[in-house]
Design a protein around this ligand. Structure first.
Ligand code: AMP
Length: 285
């Protein structure tokens, strides 16, 4: 695997690969790689001839300095994992200057997708995400890109960015990889104490239970049920919402595919997760 720290070196390599006629798959990450990240590289290998990735803890998408400062940085073991467990051909691991030096942050109209849920609780987060992903897409010129369902709203934001600015890129959403307990893998899970881990393991159990109440209960009733149970377990809830999978607007019936979006805090860490619910087009409440 080639390891590049400068975007000019990535671009030279990409030019050469494109001349050989290879399709390029790209997986952006912030490192501290786990099997959720590796699943994205494995999916890329099914679609593309040249597989690329980035490891960059993007300062502009953190709305809390403490979260940025505590974010794990494990480049050496990440490189080892990519070399041994994936067929990644080239990795870009830059310093912030290499990505941000030539241009100021720009605002981008995401048709409101960045204003709700995560966007409302983490002001500026999606502006940071869009600014880094836009720059990475321009450096790599990928044919296919791979993102995790774990960050469901981010998937919709990136699809919108692609629709408006990169119509030739094909977007892939890869299912969430979970521990055997059901807890979604996350680089932030290492901050959980033993007691918090037990509480965090309740997240998928409660989400699955909520999903199983559809379509016979109303979305608003399921939401209230979820709020009560999460608070009882000990979460400080940012939100638990049932929304349309495409536009992330709250739903009032089960006519379109929906998703339960969860964000809650334990003393040491804030966690997000989500659970898909299929459409029940013929069901009236
Ligand atoms: P991050 O390094 O947290 O920015 O994540 C990089 C990519 O990995 C994003 O597309 C995430 O959605 C994805 N990802 C993170 N955790 C998981 C997981 N448990 N399962 C699948 N994808 C994940």
């Amino acid at each position: 695997m080639y390891i590049f720290h400068k975007k000019s070196d990535v671009q030279h390599w990409i030019e050469k690969i494109k001349k050989e006629g290879h399709s390029i798959g790209f997986v952006p990450t912030m490192g501290a790689l786990h099997h959720g990240h590796l699943a994205l590289f494995q999916e890329a290998a099914l679609h593309c001839q040249s597989i690329t990735g980035s490891i960059f803890v993007n300062p502009t998408q953190f709305n809390e300095a403490a979260d940025f400062n505590q974010y794990p940085k494990t480049l050496h073991s990440d490189i080892y994992k990519l070399n041994t467990l994936t067929s990644c051909h080239a990795l870009y691991a830059p310093e912030p200057d290499d990505i941000y030096e030539d241009s100021a942050l720009f605002d981008f109209d995401l048709d409101g997708l960045d204003q709700v849920w995560e966007g409302a609780f983490r002001p500026g987060h999606y502006k940071g995400v869009v600014n880094v992903v836009d720059r990475l897409f321009r450096i790599f010129s990928p044919d296919h890109v791979f993102f995790g369902q774990k960050d469901f709203q981010q998937c919709r934001v990136i699809e919108k960015l692609i629709e408006k600015r990169f119509p030739n890129i094909r977007f892939h959403q890869v299912p969430t990889v979970r521990e055997s307990s059901g807890l979604a893998l996350s680089s932030r899970n290492i901050r959980l104490s033993a007691d918090e881990l037990k509480k965090a393991e309740e997240i998928p159990v409660i989400l699955a239970e909520m999903a199983s109440m559809a379509p016979h209960s109303a979305p608003s009733d399921i939401k209230s049920y979820g709020e009560n149970v999460f608070r009882h377990v000990g979460f400080e809830l940012d939100y638990i919402e049932i929304t349309d999978q495409r536009n992330l607007k709250e739903i009032h019936d089960w006519h379109s595919p929906s998703v339960i979006l969860f964000a809650g805090k334990l003393p040491s860490v804030r966690l997000i997760d989500n659970w898909l619910i299929p459409a029940f087009p013929n069901m009236s409440l």
